[in-house]
Design a protein around this ligand. Structure first.
Ligand code: SF4
Length: 124
C-alpha cells in the first residue's frame, strides 16, 4: 500500500519543478500571442496608410510574401520611404532572401548601387 501511495503522490520538489515549467510555458505562450497580436495591429495600421485605391492589391500581395518582409513592403507602399521601396524590391527580386541581396550579381540593375548590403558591404 505504501508503494502505491508513493507512485500516485508527487514529491514536493518534483511538483515544484513541474509547476515552474508550466508557468514558463504559459508565459512564453502569452508572450507569443501578444507579439503576434501586436504584429498584426502594426501591419493593419501600415495597411490603412496605403491609399484606398491600391489597398486591395497591396493586401493581396502581402499575403504572398513572408511575414517578415510585410512591414517594409507596406512602409514602401505608403510612398514615404524610398529606402523601404528599394529594400522591398531587392528582397522580392532575390526570392525574399535578404542575405542574397547583398550578393546581387547584376551591377547593371538601376537599384544595384542602392540595394541594402548590410554588414557584408565591402565591394565598390
Ligand atoms: S539591385 Fe540586384 S537585388 Fe536589387 S533589384 Fe536589382 S538585381 Fe534585384
Amino acid at each position: 500500500m505504501a508503494d502505491l501511495f508513493s507512485k500516485t503522490v508527487e514529491a514536493p520538489e518534483a511538483r515544484k519543478e513541474r509547476l515552474k515549467a508550466l508557468l514558463v510555458t504559459a508565459r512564453a505562450t502569452k508572450k507569443a500571442q501578444t507579439h503576434s497580436a501586436n504584429t498584426e495591429n502594426r501591419l493593419n495600421t501600415a495597411l490603412s496608410r496605403v491609399p484606398a485605391s491600391r489597398r486591395a492589391k497591396v493586401e493581396a500581395k502581402c499575403l504572398l510574401m513572408p511575414e517578415s518582409h510585410r512591414r517594409t513592403y507596406l512602409r514602401a507602399m505608403t510612398g514615404k520611404s524610398v529606402r523601404a521601396a528599394i529594400t522591398a524590391q531587392c528582397c522580392e527580386c532575390m526570392g525574399w532572401n535578404r542575405a542574397e541581396v547583398a550578393r546581387c550579381c547584376s551591377p547593371a540593375c538601376s537599384l544595384y548601387p542602392y540595394r541594402p548590403r548590410g554588414k557584408e558591404a565591402s565591394d565598390e
